[in-house]
Design a protein around this ligand. Structure first.
Ligand SMILES: [Zn+2]
Length: 362
């Protein structure tokens, strides 16, 4: 399979820069796909890539286009509008222009961490062993309503005719949680004990209420170093495994019915049990020292286009060649709008060398 190359460009940066900029980017880079974040959590970004009198873009997140509320009736939720756009549907405008340039459109959506959604629906938020909602855990994917929301997002985005929909943040027990300074306590407090998680575990013969009780009574001693956490960690692993299996088999069924190509983000090797056997893509973290290898079997990679994730154009070329050698179906480059102007040159080189090594490999 030929590797496809994509450019991640958010609608807010497109709206600020205009059609000309997309023409230049598409022409210079020679991408196959335009990857557009359509639903996101909070964004705080400074656009260095082109002269902009107002380079800062900040948003509490939400739907970055006028969503069709009818798609969300079955989920019983209202999409939260990201407030930066006016009456123009910038996403539709961007997609229409991308098509004119011959680019396929990929839509990306992540709705686990939209504060307004968590505020409006606190009962869907992940809960700790005390039964308290912890918004840092985002919406819990064991909740039937959250699963319906995923279906609704698909239906809503399908009307734009994307080549693929990428879902970010579809994770169980993924919030940073409290006690992050104590790795064992952090692990012990990570599991969600919302009613949906407890019910799924109960059906699989795991007594969630008793387990939550054990967490509550033992945590202080574990932090103090006076209790051995091994037995509790084993029970929590079993609790995680049955909930991941449930989420994975549900997702496999829904993806098979979706009628649209879908891929789910993983950011760390070893995670993603809740994704079952569905296609996944790896999104490299954007910080310094970001040299971690992608988890095996990922269908696509998203690489950051500029510093500090990569120090030079040559490094981006190397990472691209590594992705091609791993046989990934697509590689997309993120942060071109935030990178200094040489970011575009780096991506251009990476795509050129990436295509060359893909041809050599055939
Ligand atoms: Zn839960």
């Amino acid at each position: 399979m030929r590797t496809r190359f994509g450019l991640v460009l958010p609608p807010w940066s497109f709206a600020a820069a205009g059609l000309d900029r997309l023409d230049v980017l598409a022409g210079e880079i020679g991408a196959d796909e335009l990857v557009v974040p359509a639903i996101t959590g909070p964004i705080h970004s400074l656009r260095l890539a082109w002269p902009d009198p107002a380079p800062l873009f900040a948003s509490p997140g939400g739907w970055h286009y006028p969503a069709d509320p009818r798609a969300y009736v079955a989920a019983g939720l209202r999409p939260v509008r990201a407030r930066w756009f006016g009456t123009t549907d910038e996403l539709a405008r961007m997609i229409e222009h991308a098509r004119r340039l011959g680019l396929d459109v990929v839509l990306r959506a992540g709705f686990r961490e939209i504060p307004a959604l968590a505020d409006a629906e606190p009962h869907l938020v992940a809960q700790n062993a005390w039964g308290q909602a912890d918004a840092t855990g985002g919406l819990c994917i064991s909740q039937p309503q959250v699963r319906e929301l995923l279906r609704a997002v698909w239906t809503d985005l399908a009307r734009f005719g994307p080549r693929r929909v990428e879902i970010a943040g579809w994770e169980l027990d993924a919030g940073p949680g409290p006690l992050s300074w104590h790795p064992i306590a952090r692990r012990v407090t990570a599991a969600c004990f919302c009613p949906a998680c407890r019910q799924i575990a109960g059906r699989a013969g795991v007594a969630a209420d008793a387990l939550a009780q054990t967490v509550r009574t033992n945590l202080a001693a574990i932090v103090a170093g006076t209790a051995d956490p091994a037995a509790l960690e084993r029970e929590l692993a079993a609790y995680g495994a049955v909930r991941r299996a449930d989420a994975g088999s549900w997702l496999e069924r829904v993806v098979a019915e979706a009628g649209c190509e879908a891929a789910f983000e993983v950011v760390e090797p070893g995670r993603g049990g809740e994704l079952g056997g569905v296609p996944r893509y790896w999104r490299a973290k954007r910080g310094p020292g970001d040299a971690a290898a992608a988890p095996a079997g990922t269908a696509g990679w998203t690489l950051a286009a500029g510093r500090p994730a990569v120090e030079s154009g040559a490094e981006l070329v190397r990472r691209t060649q590594a992705a091609v050698a791993a046989g990934v179906g697509w590689i997309s480059y993120e942060g071109v709008d935030e990178a200094p102007p040489d970011g575009v040159t780096w991506v251009k080189q990476a795509v050129r060398y990436g295509r060359r090594s893909a041809t050599d490999a055939v």
